[in-house]
Design a protein around this ligand. Structure first.
Ligand SMILES: C[S@@+](CC[C@H](N)C(=O)[O-])C[C@H]1O[C@@H](n2cnc3c(N)ncnc32)[C@H](O)[C@@H]1O
Length: 395
């Protein structure tokens, strides 16, 4: 029986023998290397067969467990160095071809003399974008802070390449507050996310820009004067994250409006959609995060559930000033029937979602069971639904 076990021990140790020092292992339990080898091979020395006894197994196992813990800790430390480096560089490599959508093809057609143009990829990573667009036979000039095959090593944020008309990329993303919290490097600029600064650099230097950037860009109101259109990307674009993103395309022509698509479906023009959304509608009567608020809002989609209005007391978690996911709101006049009001708010909310195609809700990490990004409702949209519902009850 023990002999079988010895074979097992031999096999087990053999599988890691090249990765660890067997002599140090033997030493750590007060023995030497030859003792360990004799035991492992069941050698017979001076007529005595070497075999492990149970307490020797236990000692070896204990030492190996300790070693495994040290190795694990070391790997985690290296992981965190890699994660910090990736965060600083905002490194998400594009994994899904997002360039087959009609609006992107339409945007390409706007560019004069495209076939004679060298396209700039200022944050190229492993050149996934030039590879995805290979069928067009474009010429590319690629840069990245890391350098690489066919990629010039350069800090393009502090030294942006000049003399390019067209730029297609997926720039780094990094929130300023996250960089500050983690002690990561962040450029000296007014933007709250590094991708916005990269976008400004690209727009200042290039006439035509297509960039894969966070989906929240659509609500940011930035750089809209040159925005040709935005495709909200329904699929998971990066292998290692479900970060919601869109493909934003710019041209040199100034315009007061732009097209919004979700994948290959046209949702509407920004102006039309925002008109329906009554984005400017404001009412100061509502107080958010009031712990006695009679109206509650579950502000985010779950995997299967949807954002909804409920009775205030159904929001049982302690309301914090900063709560953005569960909120209690006060301001409903006493003479309004609360149940009817909540029902009306939910009906308006569903109509709002249908009409605006969720464009004015924030996407956040994680897909719903229907494969779409989960959405969170901003306070300004809650406010307008409450006001809209109230006005219709008073009349
Ligand atoms: C989001 S990744 C995208 C990579 C590539 N465009 C793609 O779509 O797969 C951003 C890239 O920007 C690079 N990067 C970050 N900071 C940079 C800088 N200051 N100058 C140049 N490249 C930078 C990172 O190394 C990373 O490869």
């Amino acid at each position: 029986m023990i002999k079988m076990k010895d074979k097992t021990a031999y096999k087990a140790l053999e599988s890691i023998a090249e990765d660890i020092s067997l002599s140090r292992l033997a030493k750590s339990i007060g023995k030497d290397k030859s003792w360990l080898y004799h035991k492992l091979k069941n050698d017979i020395v001076n007529g005595v067969e070497y075999r492990f006894n149970v307490s020797e197994y236990a000692l070896l196992a204990e030492r190996l467990h300790k070693l495994a813990e040290d190795i694990h800790r070391c790997a985690e430390e290296l992981d965190s160095v890699v994660q910090d480096a990736n965060r600083t560089a905002g490194r998400y490599y594009t994994n899904e071809n997002v360039f087959e959508y009609p609006l992107f093809k339409e945007w390409l057609k706007l560019i004069p003399e495209l076939e004679r143009t060298t396209i700039l990829e200022p944050f190229a990573g492993e050149c996934s974008i030039p590879k995805m667009l290979e069928q067009y036979g474009f010429k590319w000039k690629c840069y990245d802070i890391e350098g690489g095959d066919n990629v010039v090593k350069r800090d393009t944020i502090s030294n942006f390449p000049k003399n390019h008309r067209v730029c297609i990329t997926n720039p780094p993303y990094l929130a300023k507050n996250s960089a500050t919290r983690r002690g990561l490097q962040y450029p000296d600029c007014e933007f709250d996310n590094i991708y916005k600064y990269c976008l400004k650099l690209m727009l200042d230097n290039c006439q035509y820009v297509a960039a894969i950037i966070p989906d929240s860009f659509i609500q940011s109101g930035l750089f809209t004067d040159r925005l040709y259109g935005v495709i909200s990307l329904p699929e998971k674009v990066f292998e290692d994250t479900e970060y919601p993103v869109c493909l934003a395309m710019f041209s040199p022509k100034k315009s007061a409006d732009f097209a919004i698509w979700r994948g290959d479906t046209f949702l509407g023009s920004y102006r039309e959609l925002s008109k329906t959304a009554l984005l400017e509608y404001r009412d100061e009567r509502w107080v958010f995060n009031d712990e006695n608020g009679s109206i509650g809002v579950i502000c985010a989609d779950g995997n299967k559930s949807r954002i909804r209005f409920v009775k205030g007391e159904e929001i049982d978690s302690e309301i914090k000033e900063s709560s953005r996911f569960l909120v209690r709101v006060s301001g409903l006049p006493d003479d309004i029937d609360r149940d009817t009001f909540i029902e009306r708010c939910n009906t308006i909310l569903e109509q709002y979602r249908e009409i605006t195609k969720d464009i004015f809700l924030n996407s956040f990490k994680g897909l719903r069971s229907d494969g779409m990004y989960r959405k969170r409702i901003p306070f300004k949209v809650i406010r307008l639904i409450l006001t809209y519902a109230l006005e219709r009850m008073i009349v």
